[in-house]
Write a new protein. Sequence first.
Length: 495
Amino acid sequence: IKVNPTVIIIFGGNGDLTKRKIIPALYNLFLENRLPEQFAIIGTSRTGFTDQKYRDSLLEGINEFSRTGKAKKEAWAKFSSNISYQASDIKDVASYNEFDSKISTLKEEWKQDPSILYYCAVSPDLFCTIAENISKSKLDNHKETTRIIIEKPFGRDLESAKALNTKLLTIFDEKQIYRIDHYLGKEVVQNVMAFRFANTIMEPLWNRTHIEHVQISVTEQIGVEDRGGYFDHSGILRDMIQNHLLQLLCIIAMEPPVNFDADLVRDRKVDVLKAIRKIVPGTIDTMAVRGQYGPGWVEGKEVSGYREEVDVAPDSNTETYAAMKFNIDNWRWQGVPFYLRTGKRLFKSASHIIIQFREVPHNMFNNGEQNVLKQNLLIISIQPDMAIRFQLESKIPGLEMNLNTVDMVFDYSAKTKIDAPEAYETLLLDVISGDQTLFMRADQVEAAWEVVMPVLDYWKKNTMNNFPNYPANSWGPENAEALIAKDGFHWINLP
Ligand code: BG6
């Protein structure tokens, strides 16, 4: 598609996100000829830099973090000639006039009105300030061409999320607001839509008649690293479940949208969130389990417990692990539990969705001592492995009718993995071309908060006296197993 010339103003232009994700993504889009012919990137933060110094620091970021490896000299020279830096005070309206004059110069040079993207890669308490100052300084705010990009967290509870949405919506239209949940940009996550809705054989199976339960698991080996200050006020329920994991649940559980229209797709996801059975006080301990990691050994190295991490309170009650059970009250999913779990400092980093199908109605095989058939699984591996596999029972070749479990698998080849765009590439290209399908709408964000609020409130009121309750490098607290075991299932850890 032909896209407008584009100006991207990055607030937090000197921050980690800009260096690790945003600039490498834009650079890779540039390499693939996906950026508009005329574009400008203006980084801004408090620190004073010359353009050259700024570009050099971004180059370091690319060399370290880009999926395509070190920057190529010529390409970088071309790409970076479109980058400039502007020191500014986000809170001061006067700073915004400087952007205005830069934009005017570009307009004259390009002889065309550009799209303008304001990227808030800053701490969330500044989102509203930026929006207000854009509005006060009369910076361009054309409904068709001006967009604001914000990163999670969108609020820290339902109330603050609503307040944030209300504020943003006094200045921008919903169509101008791009709330990023980077899980939606991941290659395999996008493929779930194709897998479900481009194949006739899935739909008849995709319901309570055939599916017994669903597991969504995002485990991380890393701890909180240098983000203790943020994380200790957040916790994993806010950091991961409210957004990434619930979005994965929506993609599995949603009804087919009529087409890829951004609002139609998001309507169907909101339907799912609204159908999730409200977790009522008194039942919370049977629906949600939390954990906090203690010290341990990871790959031969001793690592600290959460409470010993930088910027974490020594008596912190913040959870670094959570497992939850959800019921979805609609025709498709009645009686099919969805189990979600995520945590830091776990045994392995892996994100996957496992759909377990029901038992065969009658077992006619004499299959070993226990004589049970393994239930079919559909395993959607998001990262680091990228694959979709069906586990089926099959006859072992030979004279007897003995069975074992085999995989029917679509495995992304090593090459595809390297070539697959990073989530931020997909998402930034979508912002540039004005496609909101993979972005969170205000009502989606609020509906997701509504789902987790009872648990957040309960956990806040009832502190844990046995934290830390799992050692680093384990699969989490023991009662996470109990949460799923009481329904007759167990967490499936992939090899
Ligand atoms: C972020 C969370 O949104 O997602 C982090 O704030 C987490 O705590 C990260 O580590 C995980 O993302 P990914 O893409 O590495 O799985």
